[in-house]
Design a protein around this ligand. Sequence first.
Ligand SMILES: [Zn+2]
Length: 277
Amino acid sequence: MNTTRSVQEASRLLRDADALIIAAGAGMSVDSGLPDFRGSHGLWTSMLPEGMNERDIGSLTQGDIFRRDPLAAWRFYSRALQVCTQTVPHPGYQTLLRWAQDIRHGAFVYTSNVDGHFQRAGFAEERVVECHGSINFMQCSRPCSPAIWSSSDLAASLGDADRLTSAGLPRCGCCGSFSRPNFLMFSDSAWLGARTFAQQLRQEVWRGQIRNPVVVEIGAGLAVPSVRMFAESLRMPLIRINPRDAEIGEGAGVAIRGSALEILSRIDEALVAQRKS
Ligand SMILES: [Zn+2]
């Protein structure tokens, strides 16, 4: 199917649905200018502390880094926090928000992105699952308790990442250990997942109320397949948007090759044209 026909098919699936499930991977954030958290793809390298190279990113994404080398970890992730806070979500989020508002049961988001940009764009907190957690919350690196807390003031208070010292790193208010972001890293037994599990439960309850949903999967790659596996496991009509790996099983829906922002805009244009005709 060529792209124009695929876009038409996607807009028909959307028009006929009564609920929208948005399954978003790193490709959704990349269009806002954010790097892919799990892979470097050259973008994280611009955020590396002085004296480190791309090879070091591997160790920075391991769960024990905040205990093994908290200063290196915080120099890296304080930049990530600042970038996530300062970057404006691209207009594709507003397109999705409009679709959600126009559909009977609204939308639920399932995303592996830790940037919190769906909530920033206006999606309700209780309609988002962040399956890998969020950089907008902190936890103890040990952890000494199930507590998590907002990192909203942290980005500004940490200041220049290169000037961070061990004495200035954020700490757990309970035990005094270093704190860390409440997102899932590789081999990460210390991650506190309760917030994510509560989000998942809310989504399952909502899914019990909808009858005729459509899933829009955006920028979910094969390298870390959490989002893709989730979208396929639903066995609901699926619109897959991806610049690479844009294939889909026979009868499962429609796959469209392209970036998140570009394809969302094209589907939106097709929806508007359908309404006028
Ligand atoms: Zn603690």
